[in-house]
Ligand binder design. Structure first.
Ligand code: 4NP
Length: 153
């Protein structure tokens, strides 16, 4: 089983989308996908209603997810840890115990060569359009991760 963790700040806007989208693209018997936030603002809450709505509009149900905080033991449980932005990256790295932990952490957008700025914008304080744009960005990047994790022969 390959284990993948998506991480943002609150675990209610961006990482739940990355979690749900990538999970829908990979075979469940080979990949376990989860998400977490670096902050504890919204523990056990479902994703932001705007993330639930944009996912639903695109045929994906993420309403059963529950926010949790990133924990140092996630370094043991996950093979790949993807940070939605550089601030999340720094917060995750600050908890790393050794170089094995550090090597697991990547910027989510690193795989997406068509995007120069490597931060997924935080749509929390914006309007609906922000969520549509972020959904598209996360969806396209998850397609690239799907290629990385299940290369066609
Ligand atoms: P997320 O967005 O990191 O994509 O889940 C945010 C959600 C909540 C807050 C900030 C960002 N907040 O400050 O409560």
């Amino acid at each position: 089983m390959t284990t993948i963790l998506m991480v943002c700040l609150g675990n209610i806007c961006r990482s739940p989308l990355a979690h749900g989208i990538l999970q829908s693209k990979l075979p469940k018997d080979k990949f376990y996908v989860d998400s977490a936030g670096t902050a504890a603002y919204h523990l056990v809450k479902p994703p932001d209603p705007r993330s639930i709505a944009v996912a639903k509009k695109n045929g994906l149900d993420i309403s059963n997810q529950k926010a949790r905080q990133f924990d140092v033991y996630d370094f043991d449980s996950y093979d790949y840890i993807y940070a939605m932005d550089r601030s999340n990256y720094r917060d995750i790295i600050s908890k790393a115990r050794n170089s094995t932990d550090i090597d697991k952490v990547k910027l989510f957008l690193e795989v997406n060569d068509s995007i120069q700025k490597k931060d997924v914008p935080d749509p929390y304080y914006g309007g609906e359009k922000g969520f549509d744009d972020v959904y598209d960005l996360i969806f396209n990047t998850c397609s690239l991760l799907e290629e990385k994790f299940s290369p066609k022969a």
